[in-house]
Design a protein. Structure first.
Length: 570
């Protein structure tokens, strides 16, 4: 049977740190065994010293009692420290594995799930797995062993009381299972609702200008309030089960201690039932119910951990882009002369079944040609670009570049093939140079500077405080036009053979647009250029215009043929 992700990582961490694992086992055994000694010492002290009223040997027994308690505290400290270390190592490995999984998941997953829901896998769910170890399952195991040892000790002290306590174990198990099931369901629902709350915050921050522009603050606040209220009711349910569990256990403990008092008052004259046995039995009962009470909190942590594990494992089972890990190199796709035809073979695509975005797209783009895709908003132009770069997988058909399916090209090689210039430049945290290289070790500082010289930003950057090592403040350092030039530099720095331009002059004034167009004309030399545009001036420079309508190619021809006769721009 194939192990889940979390199980494999837990086993891996424990195997990698075998000495720490053995130390943890010894510490756990020490905690369990030592916790059984104080009641035994208490019995001896009462029967040998307090009842006969003799001091002989009392200091030694008192120091021994104190020493055992100190050892128990020391072992508990070591247990907590080791569990914390193991928990952090498990968290690190989990997050690294989830990151690698994120790289392998298809782009459609990100369309179907909000950023808040995905982020919660790395934050809430992983932290809940940590609580499973730091305050959950290991502590529960220790407490269960303590309970077994205590019940055995009580039985040896007083068999009648041992039978009573033994009968209580199934009752306590039933109570525990009752709360366990309900707390697990509530915890899973709580995590789902927290992810929706996180998504709302993320979306609100992302769209804050739109919200303020259209005066939608009240609407967003009400939506947030509803989600918080739903989450509040779920947490109330969790807290209700948690608050009920401990008092029930305390009542049972009080009843058992009362039973001991009643039985001892009638049977103190019987052989073997001494005052020390009664005192030790009460101490053992208190020790018995102390871990049982603690199980309530540990149970909640375990349920949170299990719910986190379930969600992490479900995420890890998401379908992957397995074909992207073939060892295809950029040179195999475009050849040494970087010449390759782009062929669309009956391409259809839909995000949801029955709702096609593109249907039966057939097209051949010659190497070195310039093609503009035009059409009204929503006809599938940007989706087609994502298919060309292999970010999305066609529902049917395929796109070939140099005879190779673009979807099967590894992402690590695509930058050498495709240069993508978006409408909005996306900054990353880092220096000016890192905005262009994106931390790619295969791109040198010289390449970055050459790309910036090409777009005309080299001198501007050299005048900044630390030139290319200046940390970027995206809202202050570059104008809108300069951001588009940065986007072009980022696209061409790896010298790709295909340029994809997605409405990059849509938000620019005419002067800035003219400068951007001039740079693009230089960048287009010797490359295949695919662009999306609604501006006639941009289309006139293309070899071919592909007019799209309702997910189909309506017509394709030269600009001089299409533009004077079509009314699609209206």
């Amino acid at each position: 049977m194939k192990r889940s992700l979390t199980t494999r990582i837990i086993i891996k961490v424990f195997r990698q740190h075998i000495i720490m694992t053995m130390t943890l086992v010894l510490v756990i055994l020490g905690v369990v065994i030592l916790s059984l000694i104080p009641p035994q010492l208490l019995k001896i002290i009462i029967d040998r010293n307090l009842v006969p009223k003799t001091i002989q040997g009392l200091p030694v027994m008192a120091l021994t009692y104190l020493g055992v308690l100190t050892l128990i505290g020391t072992f508990d400290f070591l247990k907590g420290g080791l569990l914390t270390v193991f928990g952090q190592k498990i968290i690190k490995n989990l997050r690294m594995e989830l990151t690698r999984k994120l790289e392998r998941i298809g782009t459609t997953y990100f369309s179907a799930n909000t950023s808040g829901m995905i982020t919660s896998r790395f934050t809430n769910d992983v932290e809940n797995v940590n609580s499973l170890f730091a305050d959950g399952v290991v502590s529960m195991i220790i407490d269960c062993f303590k309970i077994i040892g205590i019940v055995t000790s009580i039985w040896l002290f007083w068999d009648k009381l041992g039978k009573v306590v033994l009968c209580l174990v199934p009752l306590i198990y039933i109570i525990t299972r009752f709360f366990q099931k309900r707390m697990l369901a509530a915890q899973i629902k709580n995590l789902e609702q927290l992810s929706r709350v996180n998504s709302h915050i993320s979306e609100s921050l992302k769209n804050v200008h739109m919200i303020k522009s259209f005066s939608k603050e009240a609407y967003m606040e009400e939506l947030y309030r509803q989600r918080l209220e739903d989450n509040f009711h779920t947490i109330e349910r969790v807290n209700f089960y948690d608050s009920c569990y401990a008092p029930i256990i305390q009542v049972i403990r009080a009843l058992v201690i009362s039973l001991i008092v009643v039985l001892s008052s009638r049977q103190l004259n019987f052989p073997g039932i001494s005052l020390g046995v009664v005192a030790a039995s009460i101490d053992l009962i208190s020790n018995l119910f102390s871990p049982i009470e603690t199980l309530g909190m540990e149970l909640q942590n375990v349920q949170k951990g299990i719910s986190g594990i379930q969600r992490i494992n479900n995420f890890y089972l998401e379908p992957e882009d397995s074909k992207k890990y073939r060892t295809i190199k950029a040179e195999e796709v475009t050849g040494k002369d970087r010449a390759a035809e782009l062929i669309f073979e009956q391409i259809s695509f839909s995000y949801e079944i029955g709702q096609p975005i593109l249907e039966n797209i057939d097209l051949i783009v010659k190497q070195g040609s310039s093609v503009t895709f035009a059409g009204r908003t929503g006809v599938g132009k940007s989706t087609l670009f994502q298919l060309i770069m292999g970010l999305l997988k066609p529902s049917s058909g395929r796109i070939l570049l140099g005879g190779i399916d673009v979807y099967e090209i590894p992402n690590s090689e695509k930058r050498k093939i495709f240069g993508y210039v978006e409408q909005q430049f996306s900054f990353i945290q880092g220096t000016v140079a890192e905005q262009i290289s994106l931390g790619d070790d295969g791109i040198s500082q010289k390449q970055v500077e050459e790309a910036m010289k090409f777009v005309g930003l080299h001198e501007y950057v050299m005048n900044m405080e630390h030139s290319y090592d200046t940390l970027v403040n995206q809202n202050e350092d570059f104008s809108q036009g300069q951001k588009q030039l940065l986007a072009i530099a980022r696209a061409i720095v790896a010298n790709p053979s295909v340029l994809l331009l997605d409405e990059i002059t849509a938000n620019l004034d005419s002067v800035t647009e003219a400068k951007i167009v001039t740079v693009l004309q230089k960048a287009s030399c010797g490359r295949t250029v695919l662009s999306i545009s609604h501006r006639i001036t941009s289309m006139m420079d293309s070899d071919t215009i592909v007019l799209m309508e309702n997910g189909h190619i309506r017509t394709k021809d030269s600009p001089t043929t299409i533009l004077p006769t079509d009314d699609w721009i209206a």
